[in-house]
Every structure is written in C-alpha cells, then in structure tokens.
Design a protein around this ligand. Structure first.
Ligand SMILES: Nc1ncnc2c1ncn2[C@@H]1O[C@H](COP(=O)(O)OP(=O)(O)O)[C@@H](O)[C@H]1O
Ligand SMILES: [Mg+2]
Length: 274
C-alpha cells in the first residue's frame, strides 16, 4: 500500500450558474481504506464521484487521484486515471441484451482486449466473491433487484481497479436485500483490498460496513463482526451545504452534535452485535 492518498480534495468549489454546490470541500482518503460519503439529497455526493473521474471540473481548488493532480488534465491524459477506477453510477444499469458473464467481462473484453479464458476466470472469481456463481449465463432481466446490484458491483470491480466508487448501491432495496449487496461490497473491499468510496444515505449500510469484515474460510466467504475495524479503516464524510461538516470514525459520528447528523441518527440505535 502506498502512503500517497487515493483521493485528495483541496478547497474544491463548484457552481452551476447561480447554484453553488460546493463552497470549500477538502478531504483525503488513504489508500486501502473505505470512506462512506453521506449528506442530504442534492448536496453534491454524486458530483464528488464525477469529479474524481474527471467528468466534472471544479471551478477552484485541486483534486488528486493516486498522487496525480487531475483537475487540469485533458481527456487523453485522464484515460489512465479513469482506467484505475471502478465506478458504479447511481441507478447504474446493466446491459439487458448481454448475459451476466458478458456484463461483468465487458471492460476486460472491449477495452483491455483480454483473452476469453482470462475474462472467464475473472468473471467466475467476481461471481464467487459476490455469491452469484449460478447466474453466470442469465440475462439481467431474469435476476432480482438485489442480484442485479451485485452484478453491477462485480462489473465495477472486474478490471481490478485501485479505487472503487459506488453511488448509492442499495438505494430502493429493502433492508434484507440491501444487506446482500453490502456483503458483496465488503467481500470485494476486504478480499481484493480495494480503496472504496461509498455514497449512501442509508445509515444501516454505513454502520454495517464499518462494523463488519469479510473473511475467506475453507467453507467460503464469511461476513464477521469486526467491532474495531472502524477506528482503523472506515472514515465517514458528511457533505452538507457546500462543505464537509464531518470527517471521522464511527464513534465520533455517533457523538456528533452536528444538526444534520443528529437528525439522521435520531431514532436509530446502532445494533450491538449485528
Ligand atoms: N450537470 C449539472 N448541471 C446543473 N446542475 C447540476 C448538474 N449536476 C448536478 N447538478 C446539481 O448539483 C446538485 C448536486 O447534485 P448531486 O451531486 O447529484 O447531488 P447528490 O448526489 O448529493 O444527491 C443538485 O442540486 C443538482 O441538481
Ligand atoms: Mg446522487
């Protein structure tokens, strides 16, 4: 693991016409860690991910990805940066005319021109990690909502990105189904050791991610409680009203007196042993 952070925002500002979305956004995500970005709808979370990909440029400030300042790069210069990132867009759709295998292997085939047997092996690996082995030949249309999300997460990871960006991967799913998607994300984070930036406004997901880890056992992949993981490796970021209003671990989040955070947390009690 490198000491150079995977992502750094320094005093980033962004406005569309009269609408100021980011006033002064600064944060840093160490390589190998997970950051969970929360904030009200319309606060600019998806835009943070688009800026990391160089799809949206800041009006002011600097953005670094794996040590490279990317906010002034040309489209050709951005290509290796984008190549190092796996992205699951909000409402990220699968190609319904392709099978699960073709969806997950799409980038390896079309962009990386990998041989068929290499692609097949990687697709099988991704399906094993996300618990979808039996669906390799299915059409996405024949999968449940949760299974489709897991395929989309597997697709974002297939080309072995250094950085995985996930935009609300569980939105619209019921809590049980959301957990199956969370488990797939945990397995990728912990078994593939990928730096992950997860956007979610579902606190259950955020706390589940912070309090669990995936472990590979002879019986398969197991999700186990990891109560001390959060202090080491999971950072919460809250984006609100154009600035980062919170940047810290789960204990500090639970103790925060920030109005948005307290309101989100009110009525929600973290499970002790879940
Ligand atoms: N291309 C764009 N042009 C104009 N306004 C935009 C554009 N993209 C996003 N916005 C606005 O920026 C704000 C933040 O958007 P977004 O990052 O999608 O919010 P979030 O993901 O936190 O819900 C919203 O008010 C949205 O309407
Ligand atoms: Mg969004």
């Amino acid at each position: 693991m490198s000491d150079v952070p995977a992502v750094v925002f320094e005093h980033v500002a962004l406005a569309f016409d009269e609408t100021v979305v980011m006033r002064d956004v600064s944060f840093s995500i160490p390589e190998g860690h997970m950051a969970i970005l929360m904030g009200p709808s319309g606060s600019g979370k998806s835009l943070v991910l688009k800026m990391i990909l160089g799809l949206v440029r800041p009006d002011a400030g600097a953005i670094h990805v794996h040590g490279v300042r990317i906010d002034g790069l040309s489209e050709p210069e951005l290509m290796p940066v984008r190549d190092s990132i796996g992205m699951l867009f909000q409402e990220g759709a699968l190609f319904d005319s392709l099978t699960v295998e073709e969806n997950i292997g799409f980038k390896l085939k079309e962009e990386h021109r990998q041989p068929a047997d290499v692609i097949r092996a990687r697709v099988e690996e991704m399906l094993a990690v996300t618990g979808l082995q039996e669906f390799i030949d299915r059409s996405p249309a024949a999968l449940s909502g949760g299974q489709r999300r897991r395929v989309a997460v597997a697709r974002a990871m297939a080309a072995r990105p250094r950085l995985l960006l996930l935009d609300e991967p569980t939105s619209g799913l019921d809590p049980i189904t959301a957990k199956t998607v969370d488990a797939g994300i945990l397995a990728l984070r912990d078994l593939e050791h990928v730096t992950t930036l997860l956007v979610t406004h579902q606190l259950e997901d955020a706390f589940y991610m912070a309090g669990h880890e995936a472990v590979s056992t002879p019986d398969g992949i197991v999700i186990a409680p990891a109560p001390h993981r959060s202090a080491r490796e999971v950072t919460f970021l809250v984006l609100n009203d154009g600035v980062i209003t919170f940047d810290g671990g789960i204990d500090a989040l639970l103790a925060s007196t920030d109005p948005y955070i307290s309101m989100s947390l009110s009525g929600w009690v973290p499970p002790l042993h879940a």
